[in-house]
Write a protein that binds this ligand. Sequence first.
Ligand code: PMP
Length: 394
Amino acid sequence: MTESYPIRPEAAAAPTSGIVDTVNYGRTREGLIPLWVGEGDLATPAFISEAATRSLAAGETFYTYQRGIPELRAAIARRQGAILGKEIDPERIFVTSGGMPAVQMALRLVAGAGDEVVIPTPAWPNFVGALTVSGATPVEVALDPSPEGFSLDLARLEAALTPRTRAIVINSPANPTGWTATREELAAILEIARARGLWIVSDEIYTRFVWDERVMVGERAASFHDVMRPDDRVLFVQTLSKNYAMTGWRVGWLEAPAELGQTIENLVQYSTSGTPVFVQRAAIAALDHGEGFVQHQIARARRGRAIVAEALATLNAVRFAPPPGAFYAFFGIPGADSQVLARRIVDEANVGLAPGSAFGAGGADGLRLCFARKADDLEEAMRRLAPVLRDLPI
Ligand code: PMP
């Protein structure tokens, strides 16, 4: 095929998502409980959708600011400032069409052909995908699984750095492992980056979903914002997708030094050319009036985590520690092939889980389960899973 249609090797090398493989296998099964993708079961609250329909009715259907409409940039800065306990300059905020474009933009700013970017894994596969497409080389550093949970060995992180390294991607709280850095770990990672002049791309989209006091600052996860100086080289990825049940809207932001504003504006121009105004109006409504909904989602995920953790604790074949952050249980079945097992679970339990092999080094024998869902579904899913998992290893 590539002979008839020659394309860039970087595009041809873009990996197929291992999650999609399982979803395609099971998507038409009747009664399947889908816990394989990273989203909850609640639709966007009406007050958010209504802000978009009002905007459409008012004719806001034109091209707009590449950096985002000023009202949304201000709303993001206000809301983030309140969450972080720190003043955020709206000039640092660049609206993107979701968290994924913010990841892509961040990586495009700092790494290209011949460059390496270090990523603790198992990780959300899109980091590796975005790097591959841009021609840069992802360098995976596997998190250590232990009975207490995943941890990042900073000496190994440092050992993975080479003269070609341009950036370190840190996703804390992490998808899929729930690994969450302490404030001290973030400070140590920042020191490593500073010493070598590296960028940090910090994906903190799950910061509100945090369950362990040791990794918390106030009610959220520790952030690079807690330890950085204004001139540190940190790019932040954020999204409205998870907090406000807006995965399908495609709106998020990149936070970057204001000095990069013109460059980022140019990159937006040559990719999406901006995020629709009516979507941005909805985002403002979410940020200004959505805190009650976010709290509701956090409470549901906390309950979901407890249901799943309690059920997994009874299964000897399963290696699992309740995650300190995010809304996934990532558990291991020593010796299993997760792709095979995820299909078997579709067949025998009618539950959709994501195979750990989709998430890179360290994930091969794992399964990811999203617990941002109503309790009834999770209880039923765990009832169905128990007999399959109890009989393992296969
Ligand atoms: N970062 C991480 C760690 C994620 O898990 C996701 C979504 N699964 C995103 C970014 C992107 O979110 P979106 O593009 O839907 O806003």
